[in-house]
Each structure stands twice: as C-alpha cells, then as structure tokens.
Design a protein. Structure first.
Length: 254
C-alpha cells in the first residue's frame, strides 16, 4: 500500500513539474517567435518583455509589446502595449497553423510623427505591406513550410495617439482612437502569414489614426482662425504659421 501511495505521489509531482515546464516553454516559444518574425515583417525593432500561456485553457498574456519606429524618426517607438490578452488553441502552437481564438489589446500607446503626407506609421505600413506582398508571391513550397495564423477575433480598445507634427505649430497632442474590431482573419485550412495578419490590422490602425489626426488639425485650425478673425492681440507667430499650413494643406487636398 505504501509503495502504491509513493508511486501515485511521484506521478502527481511529475505531472505538476511537466505542466510548469510546459507553461514556461510555450511562453518562451511565443516570445522568441514575436521577436524573430516581428522585425522581418515591420523592418523595425520588435520587442516582447514576456509571455505566458496556459497549456489547459490556452488563455495567456503578452507583456511589454513594443514596435520600433522606421529609420529617420526620432520617437522611441511607434506602438507600445503594456498587456495583450490572448486565447489560443494550445495544441496548435506547435503545428503549421496557430489558431488564435481572440486577441484583446487594451490602451495601446501609438505615436504619430511627421505629417499627413509622410509619417512614421505610413512608412511602417509600407514596410508591412512589402513583407505581405513577398509572402503572397513566394513559391508554393515555401508557403507550405512557413507557419500560418488564424485569428477569430481581434479587438483594440482605449488606444491613445500621441501626435507630434509641424502642423500643430510645433506643439503636441494626445487624442483617443476609435475601437478596432476585426473577425474571421485567416479562416480555412490555408490561414494567413504573420505579415498578412499585420497588414490587415495595421491598415485599420493607420486609417483611423490619420482620420483622428486630420480632425484634430482641423479643429485646431478652426480655433486659431476664429481667434485671428476675432481680433485677438495675443496671437503668436507659431499659431499663425500653423493656421496657414493647415489651410494650405486642405487647399492641396481639394
């Protein structure tokens, strides 16, 4: 009886150790994968502080996700996210197609640097689209050997955009970004590549960011114009310059 009890206890201990090792092992795979594939897709630095994933439920968390800026831009990063909640089909992590049930990105910090005609986010999107196009044009045998992804539900909410542009008269602003919700990405047996997934998600991010920045610039320009028309005596040269720049910008768009 004592021998049987020892065997049972030993098996339980081994099971617990195996689960702990699996928990850490999956997290390491995710972190390594993000930091290896990310720079290939964005052509910038991509860092992940850590990752955890339950071998039972598939629920996990990515911590400290940072996408660097393209060359020529001074901001420390383009995107920073403290925590991203994920739900993955655990058995798919080691397969050719990773099935992600959900990704929830809360309160990311996005930096917009430049102008509406040329900025860090648009350049980053160009890099991603270039990587996505390369995946689509790759030979069939190369496509089949690369890992694919399926994302059933992607949600980005509470995002803040930190704007630094000459159109604000040398100033800066922080504006909220509308929620981004995408579903059924990479459904089917083929799935999509990480670059194709990044293209779909980041295209939405850039589109909504440009719209939000344009609205912010328009509101600032209207306020500055009203101030000048009202005969304000404390109008600074930077405000006058910014107002003229905004007017010229929208004239070019017409």
């Amino acid at each position: 009886m004592k021998t049987l009890l020892k065997i049972v206890v030993g098996l339980v201990v081994l099971l617990i150790l195996a689960l702990i090792a699996g928990y850490m092992f999956l997290g390491t795979i995710i972190k390594t994968g993000v930091e290896k594939v990310g720079p290939r897709v964005t052509k910038t630095d991509v860092k992940l502080k850590g990752a955890t994933l339950s071998v039972f439920s598939g629920s996990g968390e990515l911590k400290g996700f940072v996408v660097g800026n393209p060359e020529g831009y001074k901001s420390a990063s383009a995107i920073q996210v403290g925590s991203i909640s994920v739900s993955v089909q655990p058995g798919s992590v080691m397969s050719d197609k990773v099935v992600v049930h959900s990704i929830k990105m809360v309160a990311p910090e996005i930096t917009f640097e430049g102008t509406l005609g040329g900025n860090n986010l648009s350049k980053l999107l160009d890099n991603i689209k270039g990587s996505s196009d390369q995946d689509k044009q790759a030979p069939k045998d190369q496509k089949s050997s690369s890992k694919k992804i399926q994302v059933d539900d992607f949600l980005m909410t509470g995002a803040q955009v930190h704007v630094s542009t000459s159109l604000l008269g040398g100033g800066a602003a922080t504006i909220p970004l509308p929620e981004i919700h995408l579903t059924n990405l990479g459904q089917g047996s083929d799935g999509i590549t990480p670059a194709e997934l990044a293209d779909k998600v980041f295209s939405e991010v850039v589109q909504k960011t440009i719209s939000a920045v344009t609205a912010q610039i328009g509101n600032m320009g209207k306020g500055a114009t009203d101030l000048i028309k009202g005969g304000g005596t404390n109008v600074t040269p930077s405000v006058e310059k910014a107002t003229k720049g905004i007017g010229d910008l929208f004239k070019k768009k017409q």
